[in-house]
Design a protein around this ligand. Structure first.
Ligand code: C5P
Length: 403
């Protein structure tokens, strides 16, 4: 059995200071605290005075399980100053939301409250998620300050465009908690695939019978998207050829949509030059109708006979290229997993295949998989798909020939 005990599980054990400055987006910081905690982080909220006027420290204490701090000189900080006690062993500071005022203070090196003092005295990376009204963001003073922060090596996350609390639309919305978590996950993930290009397929294909009907496979796309995200976090250039699913685009991933197997094949072959790894997670329909009717087939009450032809096997074709990338297949089986999975790996001449029983993974957020490769069979513990994906990436990185 492979040893994965050293794989960092999300943000487990990471001490993260969540700075909350004044702005209506502070309500989202509560959700963010929760999401960071769910990823295993040890979250310590530090609110500016203005931040605390939007959401109370108590909210963050309840969500993080840690004391939430506000002013510089706090009671209860036994044996020293809070910025020193809190400052020990911090892995990252994330200020979300970061108001125009807080950004200005950071840019000039002010240290007139606990959060700005922590930022000034830090020895860890600092991430800043601006949130403000469109005009405030566009103001040359804010833009100058942001440029200063970037030049100082501070990571600026966002802002996003969209509807604002003031009723206007434009740049200035704080990034959503998921996107902010993603940035931290990416920062801490070991860069196992740096300098590599990975092409993936994910989701189902849809083979049209007429303009409104077709045949497809059950596939949520979640495992493929989790793998694309894990590859991007591991530093790879990632192209995801996706069937029709409504999943958010993972950060750092280039996505192209493909509906049918033939379209998917075309997009894969367009992306494959220069690829080091090809991971085929898509549930490609094995057959497509010989013809697609131009117009909707009318109901006649009589039996209908459709003729199907086999689709090309995209993975087998890529694996048969004269100099193939490292090819990884997936197999979801309803029984006899070992025999079918290993049989498919050999038939398609794949260095690696990931198998799971349908009952274990289909549509859900968790999966129980077994990795098959030339060294044997490696069952992974049941885990969220994001975690399973990280372990698969680690195994790929171990087996990948050196550049
Ligand atoms: O042979 P089977 O369809 O079970 O193999 C599954 C693996 O092959 C998956 O990795 C799937 O993405 C890939 N595949 C493909 N093109 C097909 C059929 C399957 O790339 N037409």
């Amino acid at each position: 059995m492979l040893d994965y005990t050293h794989v960092i599980d999300g943000l487990r054990g990471r001490k993260i200071v969540l700075g909350v400055s004044g702005g209506i987006a502070a309500y989202k910081a509560a959700e963010l605290a929760r999401a960071l905690k769910r990823l295993g982080a040890d979250v310590h909220a530090v609110l500016t005075e203005a931040g605390a006027s939007f959401v109370t420290p108590l909210t963050f204490e309840a969500l993080s399980g840690n004391r939430a701090w506000t002013a510089l000189q706090e009671e209860g900080a036994k044996g020293g100053m809070p910025h020193i006690i809190l400052g020990r062993g911090i892995d990252a500071i994330l200020v979300a939301p970061a108001s125009a005022n807080f950004i200005a203070r950071l840019a000039t090196g002010f240290a007139n409250d606990l959060l700005s003092t922590l930022c000034l005295a830090r020895e860890c990376p600092l991430f800043v998620a601006p949130a403000m009204n469109r005009q405030m963001w566009e103001n040359p003073a804010t833009q100058r300050n942001i440029a200063t922060l970037a030049a100082d090596g501070i990571a600026i996350l966002g802002p996003a465009a969209g509807e604002q609390a003031c009723g206007e639309t434009g740049l200035g919305r704080m990034l959503e908690p998921d996107a902010l978590c993603d940035a931290l996950l990416a920062f801490f993930a070991p860069k196992l695939l740096a300098g590599r290009k990975v092409v993936l397929t994910a989701g189902p294909t849809f083979e049209a019978i007429d303009p409104v009907r077709g045949i497809t496979n059950a596939s949520s796309g979640k495992m493929g998207y989790a793998l694309a995200a894990a590859c991007a976090r591991a530093g790879a250039e990632v192209v995801l050829v996706s069937g029709s699913v409504a999943l958010p685009l993972p950060a750092g991933v280039q996505r192209v949509f493909a509906t049918s197997a033939l379209q998917m094949r075309e997009e894969v072959f367009a992306a494959i030059p220069g690829a080091d790894v090809f991971i085929a997670v898509a549930a490609v329909a094995d057959y497509r109708p010989v013809e697609t009717a131009l117009h909707k087939i009318k109901k006649s009450g009589e039996p209908v006979h459709l003729e199907f032809v086999p689709n090309p096997d995209i993975l087998a074709e890529v694996a048969a290229l004269p100099q193939p990338p490292f090819c990884v297949g997936f197999a979801a089986e309803s029984r006899d997993l070992d025999a079918y999975a290993e049989g498919k790996r050999r038939a398609k001449r794949l260095p690696m295949l990931v198998g799971n029983l349908l009952a274990d993974g289909l549509g859900g957020d968790e999966n129980t998989v077994v990795i098959y490769d030339d060294e044997g069979r490696h069952p992974l513990p049941r885990a969220p798909k994001a975690f399973v994906a990280r372990q698969i990436v680690e195994r790929i990185a171990n087996l990948l020939p050196a550049n």
